[in-house]
Design a protein around this ligand. Structure first.
Ligand code: MSP
Length: 650
């Protein structure tokens, strides 16, 4: 059994979770699940990065103290990971005392070892990136990332003697070809290290920034956000001396996006080397692997239903289900390269790979197996009277049976290199082969022991898929295992064929991934996408999910009722004159049986302001009043605090 420690970046709490964060966290989760499946002792860490200018500024903008702000966004990340089924073992926040203690201990150790000194620094600073830019990096006098003007700042600060580690770092990376992977990022860093490495400013004066961890040896300063943040990987394990640290840290692997390559591939190993030396542990604290992935873009989709931003892209998990989302992002992005996200590509893969290849296979195989289990002998005799193709079965079997082993090996190799797309491609080749096996052996035309043998191979295949798919599609894999009554904890050791010769009791499983109709409106009930693993009672009660974009098409506003009168000859309708601030409107509302006209005047209500006009009993209605109803009771929506008429509701 090996030990495995995997981390994601800790995400800044100045933005809510989106596709980019979700991708990193999903692939980390798949990796952690994979290693657990293989029997490893796994520790999987994620969390939030809560100090620094960026957060202080975002909190100030929101008008709340930084801690309250961080609490809120950190909780949103945690909640998102929960709904995505992420199986992290710990969740670190840099505002936690356990983190601050370790950061301060490391700073003090480095200061005592002479690795930190007080110096002056002047430079072009970007508040967005929270870093100084060198002349070489600046583009047209602006931050290359934010494209905004930089601010010249000169101040006394503490510095970490990073420059003295340049030679060591180059040699270290050269000695370990797989320290930074894929190779393109290793080359990028070696290229960067051809220029002289500067010392790293590791503090910010408190006069400029309060929101950080005070330096233990000079509390007029707080710790620079990167020096604080990187240490989370160590502080979450309790730091040197803690049993958890001693067990997991020697196996540390980081997973990051390419945007934060430099701090992880340059600052962090130098920090760890300096700290290791101070503790008498030499190079021993440097992490094992830095795994770097590319960036998701949204630009390339040519479709009408393209997603507008990364938050909206993440919301597709609610529309199509977690498993489909996980599958798409892992299969679509070649780990290490950039990829493009579009709903069209997502639905394309869902229909082709999930509904067609996997879903159909599972439906076909479980139907055949369940029919066999349920059929009384006489019935089985009657339906199984076809003509056999005598050579088909052994040939197909000669391909299929060893393929389970080669597939498992292919997944192992791919996962060793974080090549999620390759692991999935290997599994899908196997799925294709099982589908071909069914076509070739024609189980519906067989009987007796021969049929049993084919069915046993199908049960083997499902058992295999129920295990190897678990890291990637945890819900679907669970449903496959359930259908074949495999109640064991999934374990890679069981992902092999045989010795089963008679098929187990199987329940038919169809619609694992229902096909998404692309030519009819998605919102129609019959074509509504269903997500795997969602209880059917909820589906029956709820309407199909809409995206935030769809919801955003509805214009809700606060309206003040200026006048109200019954509509002549109608028992149900009231005619309301409302103010939307700049504009007056007439609405017709079916509430006359519940409210007297006079009771409504002066009330602030909520209306759908962009509803197409409709004429009711001869009165034109320009909008719709919102009201709730249950058991014959009706209540008009009002505000619990005053807002001016016309105020937006969202
Ligand atoms: N707080 C720092 C990381 C400190 S780690 C010691 C930070 N946070 S972040 O919220 O900006 O998250 C950056 C990470 O989010 C990226 O490295 C990547 O993992 C993920 N992504 C954010 N946008 C992304 C894409 N568009 N595409 C892919 N992943 C991206 O940086």
């Amino acid at each position: 059994m090996s030990v495995f420690y995997l981390t994601t970046p800790i995400y800044y709490v100045n933005a809510t979770p989106h596709l980019g964060h979700a991708y990193t966290t999903i692939v980390a989760d798949a990796m952690a699940r994979w290693r657990r499946l293989a029997g490893d002792d796994v520790w999987f860490l994620t969390g939030t990065d809560e100090h620094g200018d960026k957060i202080a500024q975002a909190a100030a903008k929101a008008g709340v103290p930084p801690q309250a702000y961080a609490d809120r966004i950190s909780a949103a990340f945690r909640e998102t990971w929960k709904t995505l089924g992420i199986t992290n073992d710990d969740y670190i926040r840099t505002t936690e005392p356990r983190h601050k203690t370790v950061v301060q201990a490391i700073l003090q150790t480095l200061r005592d070892a002479g690795e930190i000194y007080l110096g002056t620094y002047g430079g072009h600073y970007c508040f967005g990136c929270e870093r100084f830019y060198t002349e070489k990096e600046i583009v047209d006098g602006k931050c290359p990332d934010h494209r905004k003007p930089l601010t010249w700042i000169e101040e006394e600060n503490y510095f970490f003697k990073m420059s003295k580690y340049q030679r060591w770092l180059i040699e270290y990376i050269e000695r370990r070809p797989d320290l930074i992977r894929p190779e393109r990022y290793r080359n990028e860093i070696l290229g960067f290290l051809r220029d002289p490495l500067q010392d790293l400013s590791i503090s910010r004066p408190r006069t400029r920034l309060e929101w950080g961890i005070p330096l233990p040896f000079d509390d007029k300063y707080v710790t620079y956000v990167w020096f604080d943040a990187l240490i989370n990987y160590v502080s979450a394990l309790g730091g040197p001396g803690d049993a958890r640290f001693e067990k997991f840290w020697p196996h540390a692997q980081h997973l990051i996006g390419k945007d934060i390559l430099k701090p992880h591939a340059v600052y962090w190993p130098c920090m760890l080397r300096a700290y290791g030396e101070a503790l008498g542990r030499g190079d021993g604290l440097v992490y094992r692997h830095l795994n770097v992935h590319g960036y998701w873009g949204l630009g390339g989709g040519k479709m009408s239903k393209s997603v507008g931003n990364v938050v909206e892209a993440l919301s597709l998990k609610d529309k199509y289900g977690n498993d489909a989302f996980r599958y798409f992002v892992m299969r679509e992005m070649v780990f290490g390269l950039d990829a493009d996200f579009s709903e069209e590509a997502f639905v394309g893969r869902l229909n082709a790979d999930l509904a067609n290849d996997l879903g159909n296979l599972v439906a076909r195989a479980t139907t055949l197996l369940a029919r066999k289990a349920a059929a009384p002998p006489a019935f089985a005799e009657r339906i199984l009277g076809g003509v056999l193709a005598p050579v088909a079965e052994p040939m197909a079997e000669r391909i299929l049976v060893p393929m389970a082993d080669t597939t498992r090996q292919a997944i192992e190799h791919a996962m060793d290199e974080f090549a999620f797309h390759r692991a999935l491609a290997a599994i899908w080749e196997f799925i294709g082969e099982v589908n071909r096996y069914i076509d070739a052996t024609q189980p519906w035309a067989r009987r007796g022991p021969e049929l049993d043998r084919v069915l046993a191979r199908l049960a083997d295949s499902l058992r295999f898929l129920g295990i190897v798919l678990q890291p990637f599609l945890p819900d679907a894999a669970g449903r496959i295992r359930e259908a074949i009554a495999d109640g064991r904890e999934p374990d890679l050791a069981n992902a092999a064929f045989g010795p089963l010769e008679t098929p187990p009791p199987v329940t038919k499983l169809s619609g694992l991934f229902p096909r998404i109709q692309t030519d009819t409106p998605r919102e129609s009930t019959s074509g509504a996408p269903r997500t795997s693993g969602r209880p059917s009672s909820v589906e029956a009660a709820a309407k199909a999910p809409v995206t935030i974009n769809d919801f955003g098409k509805i214009e809700l506003r606060v309206a003040e009722v200026l006048a109200a009168e019954p509509v002549p000859k109608s028992k149900k309708l009231l005619k309301l004159t409302v103010s939307l601030g700049a504009e007056r409107r007439t609405l017709v509302a079916g509430i006359a049986e519940h409210y007297a006209a006079a009771d409504l005047v002066g009330k602030k209500v909520v209306v759908v302001a962009n509803l197409a006009p409709a004429t009711l009993m001869g009165v034109e209605s320009n909008g719709m009043l919102l009201a709730g109803s249950a058991d014959g009771k009706l209540a008009v929506l009002t505000l619990d605090r005053d807002l001016p008429p016309g105020a937006k509701v969202q």
